[in-house]
Design a protein around this ligand. Structure first.
Ligand SMILES: C[S@@+](CC[C@H](N)C(=O)[O-])C[C@H]1O[C@@H](n2cnc3c(N)ncnc32)[C@H](O)[C@@H]1O
Length: 395
């Protein structure tokens, strides 16, 4: 049986032992989307990122069409940062390589080779990614060379001037860590009884916002060194409208209440507490390391970095799920609960499991499933996800 907490957080600094890494500092070792291809895997639950990519596809194509074509380069090097495992990644890369090849064919008298670097945290299921990549195409016909680059995109991943194009899709809203102060019951920023920032008090919100701005700047400073002059950075991340303050992470009140990181998640943790399966410390030392930025916050980070010219910076909205799906789920709320729980497993299971162990994390997802399927009134609401798209050129 798993130990109840593989990675635990102590509430006092003195108690932290070196071998049991703090939750916040060891996050990059466990954060990833759930691998494999079962019902709770990321590969089977990446509909929202797929819709995000579909919505931003015209912008991506426009970006590629306007991108500088590099002469005298034996290969054009592309990185997908936060690639995960599923089809989204593969179809995006295929689109990038295909569009660039078409442009070289039309506009230049030579065709460079293409190299793609699939990059994600070391805990990502690279095996599944490479298996699906190789099964999708005969190796001798692959239109590009590829390799995996494990590491955090908040650190350097490539040598100076290595990349011509870097994309990061639906990944940058994941922070490098949970701000430590939100987990410490002795501090004013303690996020008591909540798993996330939405609706939290000012101190919690400030701590998350500070972490987010440090992280985005760190990301840009790394890419500043890695992308060649004239190269392109294309980012798509979950975001919030400029009109919303950071404590309103998700736009309108219904979308906020229905989001899987908010009320049902907090209720599920409370269920575990009420059933005596965990204590308060166990609950309150878990927080979700995600932050939805506004376009203003994104622009500020680019201005601070100073190495990129922003060509496009936009906020977009996507409907959470189709009308048909909604009608189907209204008839069968249990299957809605199951679908939402699978989505949460796909995105949070590795970090919840690292905190609670396998058995208790499964109990948490089951309680979440029940809470969601009982919340019929929310099921009838049409909700939205916010997205931020940025296209920038390395100056
Ligand atoms: C929601 S998935 C998106 C995957 C894929 N790009 C897509 O659009 O379907 C987010 C990915 O970002 C990765 N990620 C989160 N933080 C990261 C970091 N600091 N460095 C690299 N990858 C990170 C996660 O491991 C996960 O695979």
């Amino acid at each position: 049986m798993d130990s109840p907490r593989l990675l635990f957080v102590t509430t006092t600094k003195e108690k932290k032992s070196p071998e049991l890494q703090s939750w916040t500092r060891g996050l990059h070792q466990v954060l990833c989307m759930q691998g494999g291809d079962d019902d709770g895997s990321y590969a089977k639950n990446s509909e929202a990122p797929a819709s995000a990519i579909a919505l931003s596809k015209p912008l991506l194509i426009e970006a590629i069409t306007s991108m500088k074509l590099f002469d005298k380069e034996s290969s054009i090097r592309i990185a997908d940062l936060g690639c995960a495992t599923g089809h989204n990644t593969l179809s995006t890369v295929e689109l990038l390589v295909h569009s660039l090849k078409e442009r070289y064919k039309k506009e230049k008298d030579y065709m460079p080779e293409f190299e793609v670097f699939f990059s994600d945290l070391p805990s990502n299921d690279f095996n599944s990614l490479f298996r699906s990549l190789l099964s999708s195409c005969d190796a001798s016909k692959m239109p590009y060379y590829f390799s995996g680059v494990p590491g955090s995109f908040y650190d350097r991943l490539f040598p100076n001037g290595k990349l011509h194009l870097a994309v990061s899709l639906s990944a940058l809203h994941w922070l490098s860590r949970v701000p430590e102060e939100v987990l410490d019951k002795k501090l004013p920023a303690w996020n008591n009884g909540r798993a996330w920032i939405d609706g939290a008090k000012k101190e919690v919100v400030d701590a998350y916002a500070k972490q987010s701005s440090e992280d985005l700047l760190a990301f840009l400073n790394c890419r500043k060194k890695e992308i060649v002059e004239g190269g392109m950075l294309f980012l798509l991340m979950a975001g919030r409208p400029d009109s919303q303050r950071p404590e309103n992470q998700l736009g309108d009140p219904d979308s906020r209440a229905k989001h899987p990181f908010t009320s049902s998640m907090d209720q599920a943790w409370k269920d575990l507490l009420d059933e005596g399966l965990i204590d308060e410390e166990m609950r309150d030392t878990f927080n979700i390391p995600a932050y939805m930025r506004s376009t203003e916050e994104v622009r500020r980070a680019f201005d601070h970095c100073g190495a990129f010219e922003i060509k496009r910076l936009e906020f977009l909205r996507i409907v959470e799920h189709s009308k048909e799906k909604q009608a189907e789920w209204i008839k069968d709320p249990v299957s809605y609960g199951r679908a939402k729980a699978n989505l949460v497993r796909a995105t949070l299971k590795p970090i919840v499991k690292a905190h609670l162990g396998s058995l208790l994390s499964e109990v948490l997802f089951k309680r979440f499933e029940k809470r969601v399927s009982q919340d019929i009134s929310m099921l009838e609401k049409t909700c939205f996800y916010g997205l931020i798209v940025v296209c920038a050129i390395r100056k």
